[in-house]
Write a protein that binds this ligand. Structure first.
Ligand code: FAD
Length: 283
């Protein structure tokens, strides 16, 4: 059994009730056998999935699963955020992933969000005191909006000083990026748990698109490895599972306190990776 303190799985809110039921009944119940600390549910830019996030969280909770909504400052009004905090609290939610959020697509390339996650954390702490455990985002390969390593680390530290309890990283395929980030955190006396964000590889086009937007590097050797197999889905998925399993093993050996899987609402590759790590399903 791999020695990790934390395992979590991320979903995005499905479009309709049928897809939501399938996600909860099939995907979540399959992954639940690995004993995750929680399932998190993303929040669409500009509040676009406000209802979907809340409904997916409720559906997971109805099956007795620990569900954690993402909440982003984005372009939402403070009053809307306070209403959501009150609703989540009333519904038994005690943990949130607190973010600035992605840029809503209608805003235009020249418009930069003026909010940031630090402001959201301060708002949550002012409104809900310490009710919520707050997890924030971290960027071992540096956030695309950042002017550099130092500035990025200062913004991360400000989130921790504002009251973040833990962090999940953007995904990466180079274990050294995580190790270097952890060393830089130690220099800043940042000692919250920082869980490594893991993106299983199942589709090259989607991965390339996501990575360009998120500022996640696909190393040259991996680009070629994927390209060689792009016309054979089975070979591609087998290779992706092997590469990502090895990455997870390196991270665990390096002392990562936990793993957070970006599942893209699928269980196949994530299940194979968890099995390779010795996180044996109980059924
Ligand atoms: P922040 O921590 O506020 O900022 C990130 C970076 O922006 C900083 O490091 C810095 O480089 C720059 N920055 C911040 N404030 C300032 C400032 N005042 N001046 C100059 N530069 C500044 N997006 C969604 O829309 N919905 C989700 O559900 C979602 N879930 C995510 C989950 C995880 C684990 C991760 C890693 C990302 C997620 N994202 C999500 C993406 C995230 O919203 C984007 O990366 C967004 O661009 C930054 O959000 P943040 O909370 O990291 O922002």
């Amino acid at each position: 059994m791999a020695n990790i303190e934390h395992l979590s799985f991320e979903f995005f809110p499905p479009r309709d009730e049928l897809s939501r039921s399938k996600l909860v009944d099939n995907v979540a119940s399959q992954l639940a056998s690995f004993g995750p600390e929680f399932f998190s549910v993303t929040y669409g830019a500009g509040g676009s999935t406000r209802d979907g996030t809340r409904q997916t969280v409720a559906a997971l909770q109805s099956k007795g699963l620990q569900a954690v909504p993402h909440l982003s400052m984005g372009t939402d009004e403070a009053s809307d955020i306070k209403d959501m905090l009150d609703t989540f609290k009333a519904n038994g939610v005690d943990r949130l992933v607190a973010l600035r959020g992605d840029q809503p697509s209608g805003l235009g390339a020249n418009h930069r969000l003026s909010n940031n996650a630090e402001a959201l954390i301060r708002l949550i702490r002012a409104h809900s005191d310490n009710h919520f455990h707050l997890t924030v985002a971290a960027y071992p390969e540096i956030h695309p909006d950042s002017s550099g390593t130092m500035a990025d680390m200062q913004f991360f530290k400000r989130k921790v000083d504002a009251g973040a309890n833990s962090a999940i990283t953007q995904y990466f395929y180079n274990a050294d990026a995580y190790c270097d980030f952890m060393e830089r955190c130690a220099i800043q006396h940042i000692d919250i748990p920082i869980y490594a964000g893991i993106m299983p590889i199942t589709n090259v086009e989607t991965l390339v698109r996501f990575s360009a937007k998120a500022g996640a590097e696909i190393p040259r050797w991996l680009q070629y490895g994927l390209s060689d197999r792009k016309d054979n889905e089975k070979n591609l998925i087998d290779y992706g599972v092997e590469v990502v399993s090895r990455l997870c093993q390196q991270l665990i050996q390096a002392g990562a306190p936990g793993l957070h899987f970006y599942t893209l609402n699928r269980w196949g590759a994530t299940t194979r990776i968890c099995n390779n790590l010795g996180l044996q399903a109980s059924n």
